[in-house]
Design a protein around this ligand. Structure first.
Ligand SMILES: Cc1cc2nc3c(=O)[nH]c(=O)nc-3n(C[C@H](O)[C@H](O)[C@H](O)COP(=O)(O)OP(=O)(O)OC[C@H]3O[C@@H](n4cnc5c(N)ncnc54)[C@H](O)[C@@H]3O)c2cc1C
Length: 422
């Protein structure tokens, strides 16, 4: 049975207040719904899944009930039709309560955002667009009607996920579809997803591998030749269950294309903010570290009723945390608000800066929260140590790791496209 959305204990303020951040009523309502859901449903389940490194499948069943699996499915196809900014703000609210669920949800949502609003912004012939509309509608019906969950494995352990070379996972065109062979590492939702939205290189016999021929294919988890291997016992984001996927001569129908030929390559170059979608989870974790610190010092964290707020050093630490949080939120909000096709150079540089800032500051805030609150605050009976471990993962996530963001920021500031020192 569906639990009612109204929660008498809905005491957490919105991260981005509708009036202050000029959100529409519809967006604010949807974001508020995810916040209340996160607090009521995700938070109580998070510790157990983290401890056991198990995937919170019941969260996804409940999110299906709320319509959240369809948040970015266009309205004409039956979804909420959330735009990029609205989705990011909603995902940040979920990240406050369970980082692993928010991050896994992102993998699912991207399969609908990239094939939906983002693909609509990219050039296609009328025939391609019509075929894409037909195919994606079938994907969307699976999600809306059956609660199908999509994963998004693109990492391979080499330079492909950073966008440097073609993916080593290959799709050989055959009658009616493709035969896929390859390996993906760190596939969040492995073993839980119904479809793996795999990025691979379409490559006919004798053809050279090219990034231009990247194909985005939904491979059914139960297709012959798909296996999940390796163990999963990481530092953080344990409930994402990001194990290794193997594809051995897997036949995939052409109807499983999530984007037409060549469109992923277009998206990666013309819609770069698509890679900013890992950051909302960590924006939420940054807020969670701050919220915890305030509650703890006020003596309001569960099981630790001692007030510590009267010490000037604690007050200064909270003030410094607030400064970092406000800086992070302001930059991140600006970047997610200007996501679009063909952004300006300034907007792209700002997106790199926002990703870097959010991923680094989420962990910096969590570390400061532990030092400020003290020893009892890092016990596993409280969420802070999980927030600390989860937030540590953010800066590692390709394609926009913290290092790569700095790398690109420096290079793309100092060199215009095609410029050399020759
Ligand atoms: C919790 C979690 C969940 C994940 N879920 C998914 C998922 O669902 N799907 C998915 O596809 N991936 C996922 N990933 C994988 C992630 O995006 C990275 O691909 C993975 O962490 C890379 O690990 P690696 O050791 O191979 O890193 P490497 O590729 O070896 O990179 C190591 C570091 O070197 C730097 N580096 C790498 N390439 C370059 C370059 N070209 N230029 C400059 N610097 C570079 C980066 O800073 C990087 O941090 C997940 C990771 C984590 C931690």
């Amino acid at each position: 049975m569906r639990t009612p959305d109204i929660d008498a204990h809905d005491t957490d303020a919105a991260m981005f207040a509708a009036d202050a951040f000029r959100l529409s009523d519809a967006a604010a309502e949807l974001i508020g719904k995810t916040r209340r859901f996160g607090r009521r449903v995700l938070a109580p389940r998070a510790a157990q899944h983290d401890r056991d490194a198990t995937f919170p499948i019941e969260n996804f069943r409940d999110m299906h009930g709320e319509g959240f699996l369809a948040i970015c499915i266009p309205k004409p196809d039956g979804g909420f039709g959330a735009d990029f900014q609205t989705y990011c703000l909603a995902a940040a609210e979920l990240g406050r309560y369970c980082g692993a669920t928010a991050l896994s949800w992102n993998m699912h949502v991207c399969s609908t955002l990239w094939s939906g609003a983002l693909a609509d912004d990219l050039p296609m012939t009328p025939a391609e667009r019509a075929a894409h509309a037909r195919r994606r509608h079938a994907h969307y019906r699976r999600i809306i009607d059956d609660g199908a969950i999509y994963a998004q494995p693109f990492s391979e352990g080499g330079a492909a996920a950073a966008g440097v070379v073609a993916f080593g996972t290959e799709a050989r065109p055959v009658e009616g579809g493709f035969v896929v062979n390859g390996k993906k590492i760190f596939a969040s939702l492995s073993g839980a997803a119904d479809y793996y939205g795999v990025l691979c290189t379409e490559r006919a016999e004798g053809e050279a591998a090219s990034r231009r021929n990247t194909l985005y294919l939904a491979i059914p988890a139960n297709a012959q030749g798909v296996s999940v291997v390796g163990d999963w016992d990481p530092l953080g984001m344990r409930a994402t269950v990001s194990r290794t996927l193997l594809f051995k001569d897997v036949f995939v129908s052409a109807d499983e294309m999530l984007m037409p030929h060549g469109v992923y390559f277009q998206a990666a170059s013309r819609w770069p903010h698509m890679f900013l979608t890992l950051s909302p989870t960590y924006m939420g974790l940054a807020q969670a570290a701050y919220d915890f610190t305030v509650a703890y010092l006020r003596g309001e964290a569960p099981g630790t009723p001692v007030k510590r707020r009267m010490f000037p050093t604690k007050q200064i630490a909270v003030a410094e945390m607030r400064v970092t949080l406000e800086q992070t939120k302001a930059l991140w909000f600006q970047a997610v608000s200007e996501a679009r096709a063909n952004p300006s150079k300034e907007q792209v540089l700002r997106a790199y800066a926002a990703q870097h800032t959010t991923m680094e500051n989420a962990n910096a805030l969590a570390a400061k929260a532990i030092r400020t609150c003290g020893g009892q605050a890092m016990l596993k009976s409280l969420p802070l140590e999980r927030i600390y471990r989860d937030s540590r993962c953010g800066s590692l996530m390709l394609p926009w790791t913290a290092e790569i963001c700095l790398d690109r920021l420096g290079r793309e500031t100092l060199y215009e496209p095609g410029e050399t020192d020759e």
